[in-house]
Design a protein around this ligand. Structure first.
Ligand code: FCB
Length: 488
């Protein structure tokens, strides 16, 4: 992780150490391993780029004409200027962020959205997943910031004028600090505050947006904020574990309520019929030793708990697994589409000492290509997950996030191509995949990792806020053009 901070060498060293510790602390979810791909693995995946070939590659014909080619971002990670969020406070607390920086300015996108959207348009995207921060709209309980709302409407209007279809995320980890201090997601009685904000936003922007991802990655939030102590409110231990289950339970209940609020508000106000999904972080969990019974059993447990326990609940409208005793909280499914955020695979090993983690431990990646954060690059996983989610829920699917931290930009084009090929495979088999939102449009504040990881198609110089389109973004633009030209 590159740090441009002018701090003493000693502080830098200890920050690096902490960062390494943090990413391995995230190993239950995100692989910690080598920074670069082993040479052999790199060789295996090197292919000729179809983007540079003159004739469209055959696989690109699988994408339908109306396919949504998009990118994804999150308000806290790019906007800057929101002083009332839990992340504003947390990121200013010494020792919390790997590079010692906060999210108060980020990419200054709030002030530069017009230029950023022009760039987005120039790269041929017709869809964009963006977020709105509750803390920005309601900085103090009951006090709505109408100027901020108008500004946000301006952003949506700019997208509309450019024919870029917005997919709006209503909660992407960040909370108002005042709500967190009331217990945030751990208390069911707190949901009323959140649902008021949801009603307010939908009533006020529903004429400009009709597609929503309600909550981003419930499991990731519950894990990092309440089990691993890495994100605000930094809880861990046994009490953190029980709180994390309450968080997931309350998020499921909120999902049911949000689903109804959005549909009812759109109908009442005469807005377009809405389309509501979640953005669910999903992973492949394979046994570290393929024939070991205990590894297989723990991998299956990890898969159920991480990939399906929450989505089964919102699909059936009943609280399942550790979320409840099958209590009904909604009449039938409370999502119209499945949103999948896919990054990587975990290889699971049974470990007798991992009692607090249900004997589940994750093997370090040694024999596969990885991104700059050490996460395994495993494109076929996307195909496997598309099948699994299609078979389980029979709903249309969007890839609401997929991307690579690659500061050199040497692996991004190949990453994109390999993952899009897996989507093409699924499309050819009749699975309804409606869109692909690359994470991320631009480099950004990667939570506790700070600004080191570079996921963007557009590079940000944080000293000057200059934007520079990466080579891989141009390659993706060519792939999109070829897909559009050749689609059925
Ligand atoms: C996802 C998050 C997103 C970003 C990417 C890299 O889990 O939703 O905000 O951090 O990972």
């Amino acid at each position: 992780m590159a740090s441009t901070e002018t701090r003493s060498k000693k502080t830098k060293k200890s920050a690096k150490k902490k960062a390494a510790k943090k990413s391995s602390a995230r190993s239950g979810l995100r692989s910690a391993g080598s920074i670069t791909a082993p040479a052999a693995a790199k060789k295996k995946t090197a292919k000729k780029s179809p983007a540079s070939a003159s004739r469209p590659a055959q696989w690109l014909t699988a994408f339908p004409k109306d396919f949504l080619w998009g990118t994804a971002t999150c308000a806290t990670q790019i906007d800057g200027g929101d002083l009332h969020s839990d992340w504003a406070k947390f990121s200013q607390t010494p020792g919390r962020i790997a590079d010692g920086k906060d999210c108060l300015v980020a990419c200054d996108h709030w002030n530069r959205f017009e230029d950023d959207y022009k760039l987005m348009k120039s790269l041929s995207f017709n869809a964009y997943r963006l977020g709105v921060d509750w803390s920005r709209m309601e900085p103090r309980p009951g006090e709505m910031d109408h100027a901020a709302l108008n500004h946000f409407r301006g952003m949506l209007d700019s997208l509309r004028k450019k024919s870029i279809r917005p997919l709006l995320t209503l909660n992407h980890f960040t909370l108002p600090q005042w709500w967190l201090e009331r217990g945030g997601w751990t208390k069911e009685s707190n949901l009323e505050n959140f649902l008021n904000f949801v009603s307010y936003i939908v009533e006020n922007v529903g004429d400009l947006v009709s597609e929503y991802t309600t909550i981003n990655e419930p499991n990731v939030y519950a894990m990092f904020s309440y089990m691993d102590g890495l994100w605000p409110p930094a809880k861990k231990g046994l009490s953190g574990y029980f709180q994390s289950m309450k968080v997931l339970r309350n998020m499921a209940i909120a999902q049911g309520r949000m689903y109804d609020i959005i549909h009812e508000t759109h109908a009442l106000k005469g807005f377009a019929r809405p389309y509501v999904g979640v953005a669910k972080h999903v992973r492949i969990f394979d046994p570290a030793r393929p024939d070991n019974r205990l590894d297989k059993d723990r991998a299956a447990e990890a898969e159920y708990r991480f990939n399906y326990m929450w989505t089964d609940s919102i699909h059936d409208g009943r609280l399942q697994g550790s979320l409840g005793k099958n209590e009904k909280f909604h009449d039938g499914p409370c999502w119209d589409f499945v949103g999948l955020n896919y990054y990587s695979r975990d290889r699971i090993r049974f470990r007798a000492s991992a009692i607090a983690h249900l004997f589940i431990s994750q093997e370090e990646v040694k024999d596969a290509p990885t991104n700059d954060l050490g996460w395994e690059i495993y494109p076929e996983g996307l195909y496997r997950l598309l099948h699994q989610f299609h078979d389980r829920y029979r709903l249309p699917i969007r890839i609401t996030e997929n991307g690579i931290a690659d500061a050199s930009d040497n692996r991004r084009e190949e990453f994109l191509m390999a993952h899009l090929q897996q989507i093409a495979r699924a499309l050819n088999e009749g699975i309804s995949v409606e869109g692909y939102y690359y994470w991320s449009f631009m480099d950004n504040f990667e939570w506790a990792e700070g600004y080191g990881p570079r996921f963007g198609l557009v590079e940000i110089d944080y000293e000057t806020q200059a934007r520079k389109v990466r080579k891989s973004a141009q390659s993706l633009k060519k792939m999109i053009a070829q897909a559009r030209k050749s689609s059925r």
